[in-house]
Design a protein. Sequence first.
Length: 95
Amino acid sequence: MLLNEKQFLKIKSRLGKQGRAWCQVISGSMEPIIKTNEQIEVVPLTEEPSTFDIIVFFFQDKLICHWVVKPSSAFDSERILTASYNPLGTDFPVP
């Protein structure tokens, strides 16, 4: 989902007020688990995500939906290593 910082802050505010937000997935990076154009429900994390959890995060003007390869506890830091479902590699760790 492409968005600017103002749009991101609006979604973040909705998460804080309503406890959830709905977003449309615009790529096939998580197929066949999450299909292109599918609506996903986003809720705030209440604990550290575990390996294989699916998370949504803001990165370079996009909301990214990926699965957790290594949680922050595996790094002894606040970064999480994620990956899309389709490519062969993993992404850079995200804060």
